[in-house]
Design a protein around this ligand. Structure first.
Ligand code: FAD
Length: 467
């Protein structure tokens, strides 16, 4: 009889694993339980769906349930929530509208993802308070935007300063959290005519990026009429049934809607209840092959830790490529070819209106010190294209390196949208993943032509300054 590979969670990590396992070992029985109706969807596209650049949620789906079932021969069961795992009996139990089902496994992957964090403040359960973690959240937000634009059932407030995008404007609204989801949603809401107030507890946005990047993004958001409330801890979301104000340590701002973009936490209850160990980060601990503390139970994606390429220590950075890569690696492993899927570098990118930014590695000096490095950082501004070539702008790059060895530890880049901050980060990811020193980087043979860069690309200039 063939082995059975059971997957819990039908998105990036889960479906990558299921597809790879079935492709590499067609005799394997592959069963996927997904509690929702959507599988293989790109949550990363949700802010652009709410903005209106993407017209339907279906466009965010890469492979449909029918394609998984009919073309890939995967036993995909949507609407099935796995409620328990019995590692001794090697079974999982799932509940659906049709009842309860228990399935045996030879290998099991936990790909349960992460959920949006709702901060412990009063008023988060009021009407008009949203998070954006799932497809249904995206649908609700888009419906809210449509209702507000049609003026249905909403107050018609004074037209705020961001109302230059549309003739018919709504607002004000609040975004709580200055990370990438908060900023992308600030853009999505502003583009729909809302006056957007963005509240950030710390004194800068995008705290995982360099200060120079944070400042450039903050300046640009202000230019786009986003009202930034930095250093503003939100104490309460006030109102009767519906939210009507954000109350901070510094005062009160009237709003008609609040989007909470206050981070995510790994979904680990199922794993913990089954006796699977969690790591110090709170996500599921795994070995390099994504196997957990329980034999033949794997974990990958937003529910799991991964090894950081710079520190060599477990880290929790829930992002899409890691979920795809590590899910695929588990699929390959259970199909008979053990694969790690590699380390992570905490590489992330964001577009905010007309700027783009990227970060990778370790930039924070305290974090670098804790990891045993002696960090030093430099920031440069350089032209994005040859001076004589039309257009172009400025790329600002911060590099962090170890003072003794010169090893590149981290990088943060920002430029006008289309001027290459994000694409330039790829060379830096490669360098720090391979443990290169900044003086190695300085001699990298990067491509050059006037429409793309200067003879010495800004990456080389930054390396030169630090070496
Ligand atoms: P998920 O996508 O969370 O999928 C987990 C699945 O498991 C869910 O479908 C859930 O319903 C299911 N599930 C959970 N528990 C059970 C259970 N008990 N039984 C059955 N099913 C269960 N990443 C980037 O790299 N770049 C971006 O620009 C980016 N933008 C983002 C924007 C938004 C708004 C959001 C929300 C996320 C964004 N991400 C981005 C993160 C990216 O979407 C995630 O890293 C990725 O989806 C993780 O995939 P996953 O399979 O691990 O988990």
């Amino acid at each position: 009889m063939s082995d059975t590979f059971v997957v819990v969670g039908g998105d990036a990590a889960g479906m990558s694993a299921a597809s790879k396992a079935k492709r590499d070992d067609p005799d394997l029985e592959v069963v996927v339980f997904e509690k929702g109706e959507w599988v293989s969807y790109g949550a990363c596209g949700l802010p652009y769906y709410v903005k209106g650049e993407i017209q339907s949620l279906e466009e965010l789906v890469s492979v449909t349930p029918e394609e998984f079932r009919e073309e890939r021969d995967i036993d995909l069961r949507t609407g099935h929530e796995v409620v328990s795992i019995d590692p001794d009996e090697r079974t999982v139990t799932a509940e659906s509208d049709a009842g309860t089902v228990t399935e045996s496994y030879d290998s099991l992957l936990l790909a349960t993802g992460a959920e949006a964090v709702v901060p412990p403040i009063d008023g988060t359960n009021r009407e008009g308070v949203y998070t954006l973690g799932s497809m249904s959240d995206g649908k609700e937000l888009r419906e809210y935007v449509a209702r507000a634009r049609d003026g249905e059932g909403l107050q018609q407030p004074d037209r705020g300063p961001a109302c230059r995008y549309l003739e018919d404007c709504s607002g004000p609204v609040a975004v709580v959290g200055g990370g990438y989801i908060g900023i992308e949603m600030a853009e999505a809401l502003a583009a729909n005519g809302f006056e957007v107030n963005l509240f950030q507890r710390g004194d800068r946005l995008l705290k995982g990026f360099s200060e120079a990047t944070s400042e450039a993004v903050a300046d640009h958001l202000r230019e786009q009429d986003i009202v930034l409330h930095l250093g503003s801890g939100v104490r309460e979301l006030a109102g009767e049934e519906a939210v009507d104000a954000v109350v901070t340590d510094g005062g009160r701002v009237n709003v008609e809607m609040v989007l909470l973009g206050t981070g995510v936490r790994p979904r680990t209850d199922l794993a913990a209840d089954a006796g699977v160990e969690l790591g110090e980060t709170g996500a599921i601990a795994t070995d390099p092959y994504r196997e957990t503390s329980v034999d033949d139970i794997y974990a990958a994606g937003d529910c799991a830790e991964a090894i950081h390429a710079v520190t060599g220590e477990p880290a929790y950075v829930p992002l899409a490529l890691t979920a795809n890569r590590h899910g695929r690696a588990v699929g390959q492993t259970v199909a008979g070819q053990p694969t790690t899927g590699g380390a992570i570098a905490g590489t992330a990118a964001i577009k905010a209106f007309e700027v783009e930014a990227a970060r990778t590695g370790i930039l924070d000096h305290e974090e670098a010190l804790e990891a045993g490095f002696d960090p030093i950082s430099e920031t440069i501004d350089a032209k994005s294209r040859a001076g004589y070539y039309p257009g172009g702008g400025t790329v600002t790059i911060t590099l962090t390196a170890d003072r003794d060895t010169g090893r590149l530890l981290g990088a943060s880049l920002v430029s006008e949208y289309g001027e290459g901050a994000v694409h330039r980060s790829h060379a830096l990811v490669a360098a720090l993943t391979e443990g290169a020193a900044v003086d190695d980087l300085e001699n990298y043979d990067l491509a050059y032509a006037p429409p793309f860069n200067t003879t010495w690309d800004p990456v080389l200039v930054a390396a030169k300054v630090l070496s």
